[in-house]
Design a protein around this ligand. Structure first.
Ligand code: 3QA
Length: 232
């Protein structure tokens, strides 16, 4: 079973690569992909670069070129739901694109013909995550994640995204990965640790917590890999 592990930024995948031995490096389509073994699992790991286009390219490459059959995303996010504090983990139940807008034609925000506003995450991977969280006594929340090509550092924009999509957190890649995986029937799991609250302090908080929150997300990915390895 080949499992893909994606981040958007180097900081998001470095803590994963650090824990693996005999990592091989491959270059394809202007990006670097790392392969390694973890227990009985074949891993392909990459950071895509920031945003929906780069992350869609990386997800599609992992599936088509590297034979990925399960996709895990590890990274950080801005909180919308005030119950989410810096360092908290959230697993996406479903994802949407908050910057997709053809409302001029009477369609809802986040919708284009033949697409859907929300792409649902895989219930089995969410269940595996819940079991892994329980076993290791880690608090893992679930919620809706909104994705767009914007670093949100504005309370008004954040509230709008929260109200329009009932979103709990926001970031810049998850829904793109979800769309690609959904189209190819590859189960996916989008995990984020909160780095900021997408408000006027977001830039400052992001810089301060990128490393620690990325590490928390990466650590949980290993708890999940252990669970997947055992249940296979
Ligand atoms: C931000 C990263 C992008 O991959 C999305 C982090 C955390 N807080 C967010 C927020 N709004 C949107 N997304 C997020 N990730 C890229 S900009 C910083 C780049 O620094 C999630 C995320 N509030 C590079 C140094 O110049």
């Amino acid at each position: 079973m080949v499992i893909g592990i994606m981040g958007a930024m180097p900081e998001e995948i470095d803590p994963i690569l650090k824990r693996l031995d005999d990592v091989q490096k491959h270059e394809f389509a202007d990006n670097v992909y790392y392969t390694a073994l973890y227990g009985s699992l074949d891993l392909v790991i990459a950071y895509s670069k920031i945003g929906k286009v780069f992350s869609a390219l990386t997800a599609a490459t992992m599936i088509e070129k590297f034979g990925v059959r399960k996709m895990l995303f590890s990274g950080v996010a801005g909180a919308i739901n005030p119950e989410l504090k810096i360092g908290d983990l959230i697993a996406a139940t479903k994802l949407c694109q908050h910057d997709l807008d053809i409302t001029a034609f009477g369609h809802p925000y986040g919708y284009v013909p033949e697409g859907k506003v929300y792409v649902e995450a895989n219930p089995r991977l969410l269940e595996i995550a819940a079991v892994a969280a329980n076993r290791q006594d880690i608090r893992l929340k679930r919620g809706i994640i909104a994705t767009g090509d914007q670093f949100v550092a504005n309370a008004e924009r954040k509230e709008w995204i929260g109200n329009t999509f009932k979103a709990d957190a926001l970031e810049m890649e998850g829904a793109a990965v979800a769309v690609v995986c959904d189209a190819s029937d590859v189960p996916f799991f989008i995990l984020r640790a909160i780095s900021d609250a997408a408000d006027m302090d977001a830039g400052f908080d992001f810089d301060a917590f990128l490393h620690s929150s990325s590490a928390k997300s990466a650590e949980f990915i290993f708890a999940m890999l252990d669970e997947i390895d055992q249940t296979q």
